[in-house]
Write a protein that binds this ligand. Structure first.
Ligand code: FAD
Length: 456
């Protein structure tokens, strides 16, 4: 059996390694457009401001992957077309410009998502960057080193925009963060995001909310970001991080069925509309883990797990991807924010009669030194108390609470389930009344009519 994989990073590299573990004899060829494989995308922003060692980002080289897994990893090779009827892909070697065909028995697409570049004046200018690959990170890093850049404008305050704002600030640069909506990080509700606004402002980031960028202009030695009805911002560079779109042109041109926002449609085994072609990662449509509705969730954990499921299916082991909860965590200076499942806003948009409790407990026993307040919001369904989602902001212990609730959601727990969870406790880490248990108790009381819901 010969398996060809498009994309050699999160989903693609995982699928290749899993295939090799399941089938010693399979011929496995991976084509990767960039110069790197299996790199840590999630670490890319930290190379700008926190991680000094370049090599720490690239976990594997094509040679080490080949030696370890006997996989033919070809970097700087772009797959340009799929001929599904003939079972071949057309590939361009980006070093030599040679174009050739590569046959496959099974094909796995893990091409990821590309940064959205809006059709605004000045989007192609030289001082404007996006961040997706190792090369993009080096380009930003080298530009700052070469020019001695002192100021940056970050457009878009999702995960990547916030991480870039932090890391540019950690370098001592003046950072302006422009966000179109009323709050940063749309995967959390406005009340929780407000806590992040404080963290950003305390760290010296010039945060501009409700600001629509209308274009960019070069000025001598700088770039100006134009803002509708507001002051333009002049800085040494701009990082555009307004979201990502599935990289699905290959699949579309091959006639594969597409889903929401041009994503690749797959079944629970990650099989596309062509039975010999699988697709995984940021490029595919998934079922939301709470509502079951079609969703695009671009995160590393799902891509890795889907890569494994596709490899299993190719080797005859059928598993079902259960959908994505969008569990995520982000460091923002001294603050951590994490979330899973539905926000209150998303639950309402899905037509679910939901409510939320908000607690502000200490992150560990208050008599033990260093206790800090965290804020935990748990969203639940009115009828029956099913847990739908949670968000938390604090200095520590936030990721643990959200991970516990992510497990509870996947297990279909209700308020009683949360209240009964048997969680680890010692004073430096938690309190005997863990915030997750407390959330369960409060929701029980609300549902049983013993306390009235109190909102901020
Ligand atoms: P990718 O890992 O992006 O790999 C796709 C690869 O396919 C790319 O390298 C691309 O060059 C290649 N490719 C595309 N088209 C072709 C073609 N035609 N021919 C050959 N090669 C092709 N997720 C988290 O969960 N936590 C985080 O903290 C986090 N931080 C992130 C920070 C940054 C800066 C970025 C960019 C992403 C981050 N993510 C994070 C998201 C996570 O990296 C992705 O969800 C994950 O990598 C998706 O895996 P994938 O295999 O679908 O795509």
């Amino acid at each position: 059996m010969k398996v060809v994989i498009v994309g050699g990073v999160a989903g693609g590299a995982t699928a290749a390694a899993r295939l090799r573990r399941l089938d010693e004899a399979a011929e496995i060829v991976v084509f990767e457009r960039s110069g790197y494989i299996s790199y840590a995308n999630c670490g890319l922003p930290y190379y700008i401001g926190t991680i000094a060692d370049k090599s720490a980002l690239t976990l594997q080289t094509p040679e080490s992957f080949r030696a370890r897994f006997n996989v033919d990893m070809r970097v700087r090779h772009e797959v340009g077309a799929i001929d599904a009827a003939r079972h071949v892909v057309t590939v361009r070697n980006l070093e030599t410009d040679e174009v050739f065909e590569e046959p496959y028995d099974k094909l796995i697409l893990s091409p990821g998502a590309r940064p959205t570049r809006p059709a605004l004046p000045g989007v192609g200018l030289d001082r404007l960057f996006t961040l997706r690959t190792v090369e993009d990170t080096f380009a930003i890093h080298d530009f700052i080193e070469r020019t001695g850049a002192r100021s940056a404008t970050v457009v878009g305050a999702g995960f990547i925009g916030l991480e870039m704002a932090e890391n540019l600030r950690e370098r001592g640069m003046d950072v302006t963060l422009i966000q179109r909506g009323a709050h940063v990080l749309p995967v959390v509700d406005a009340d929780m995001a407000a806590l992040l606004h404080n963290a950003l402002r305390d760290a010296g980031v010039d945060l501009r909310l409700n600001s629509h960028v209308s274009g960019f202009e070069r000025t001598p030695g700088a770039i100006r970001t134009l803002v509708e009805g507001g002051d333009a911002v002049e800085s040494d560079l701009v990082v555009l991080s307004i979201g990502v779109a599935p990289e699905s042109a290959l699949a579309r041109d091959a006639g594969l069925e597409l889903g929401v926002r041009g994503s690749i449609l797959v079944d629970a085994s990650m099989r596309t509309s062509d039975p010999d072609i699988y697709a995984v990662g940021d490029a595919v449509q998934v079922a939301h883990g709470v509502t079951g509705a079609p969703a695009l969730i671009a995160l590393a954990g799902p891509a890795n797990r889907q890569g494994r499921i596709a490899a299993d299916a190719i080797c005859g082991i059928e598993r079902s991807y259960p959908g994505s909860l969008g569990s995520s965590v982000l460091k923002l200076f001294g603050t951590t924010v994490a979330s899973t499942g539905l926000t209150e806003r998303a639950a309402a948009a899905a037509g679910i009669d939901a409510d939320a409790v908000i607690l502000s407990p200490a992150d560990h026993a208050t008599y033990y030194p260093g206790a800090r307040t965290m804020v935990l919001k748990v969203v639940f369904e009115h009828a029956g108390g099913r847990i739908l989602g949670a968000q938390a902001v604090g200095a520590s212990g936030v990721d643990k609470r959200i991970d516990v609730i992510a497990v509870a959601i996947r297990a279909g727990m209700d308020a009683d389930g949360l209240a009964d969870l048997d969680l680890a406790y010692a004073p430096p880490y938690s309190s005997a009344k863990d915030p997750v248990n407390m959330a369960g108790f409060i929701i029980q009381n609300i549902l049983e009519g013993r306390v009235e819901q109190v909102r901020w």
